[in-house]
Write a protein that binds this ligand. Structure first.
Ligand code: SF4
Ligand code: SF4
Length: 251
């Protein structure tokens, strides 16, 4: 009897189909997905990104780090029989049978130019550069669209209240994928607003920690120059050994 594969083994098996060109007959699990309206049979358990590549597409845009950090591979899809339009990252989402999907290569989202050193640390800075924030109708669509599960509506509301700290905190993990802005009925570009908020908070709201001041002084005094010279003179192999043997900070 064939061994039942666990999910990690199934993903590995499916990925082999594109990374090593394994014979199709050796792939056990298949699903049918529609990519921009055209049906394809792809190994089950691939990510959307690799499934699109398996189907023969080559990414010029809509693909970046492949690790869920860069926000480049925004994808939208519906699953057969489900009314819900889903937003996610193609590199972090597995294909499912009956997916109708399309990549969003780019979100048109004009960004304001400013010099935070010339701006006052007050709520009006948001209305000055992104007046559309005032149009937020608190529908929460942006929160539902966010693949990072951020409370997007809450951070926009924090901006409207001038609560820089809350906004910086709530938007900290934003990867600028653009999904929130695409769905917003008020046409707010949430992630640009959040970036302004974090920059303002980083400069005006946070006190410079003592240890950071001390470290900057040490750098300026050249305390680390010798260590740095030694490091940059090492070979890749020596660096890898040093990295493997490094002393880890206690958690
Ligand atoms: S807040 Fe918007 S841009 Fe940022 S990760 Fe969420 S959906 Fe993407
Ligand atoms: S989608 Fe737009 S209007 Fe709706 S809560 Fe988010 S920012 Fe406000």
């Amino acid at each position: 009897m064939k061994k039942e594969l666990n999910i990690m083994e199934r993903i590995a098996e499916a990925s082999k189909a594109i990374t090593t060109g394994v014979d199709k007959k050796d792939v056990e699990h298949w699903v049918e997905v529609h990519i921009m309206g055209k049906a394809y049979k792809v190994p089950a358990d691939l990510t959307i990104l690799t499934a699109i590549e398996y189907a023969g597409y080559r990414f010029v845009r809509s693909c970046g780090c492949r690790q869920g950090h860069c926000g480049a591979c925004a994808t939208i899809y519906r699953i057969k029989g489900d009314y819900k339009l889903q937003c996610n990252l193609a590199c972090q989402t597995r294909v499912e049978d009956g997916m109708e999907l399309v990549q969003i290569p780019f979100t048109p989202a004009p960004r304001a130019f400013y010099d935070i050193l010339k701006e006052d640390y007050v709520v009006n800075v948001f209305f000055k550069f992104y007046p559309e924030v005032a149009r937020c109708v608190s529908c929460n669509t942006c929160t539902k669209a966010c693949p990072q599960d951020l409370e997007v509506m809450d951070y926009i509301q924090a901006a409207i209240r001038g609560d820089f700290e809350s906004m910086a905190d709530k938007s900290f993990d934003c990867i600028q994928c653009g999904m929130c802005a695409i769905r917003c009925p008020a046409e707010i570009i949430q992630y640009h607003v959040a970036q302004l908020g974090r920059r303002m908070y980083g400069h005006y709201g946070e006190f410079e920690p003592e240890h950071l001041k001390k470290r900057i002084e040490e750098i300026n005094e050249g305390k680390f120059e010798k260590d740095l010279d030694e490091l940059t003179s090492l070979s890749r192999k020596e660096l890898e050994k040093l990295y493997a043997e490094r002393i880890r900070e206690k958690e």
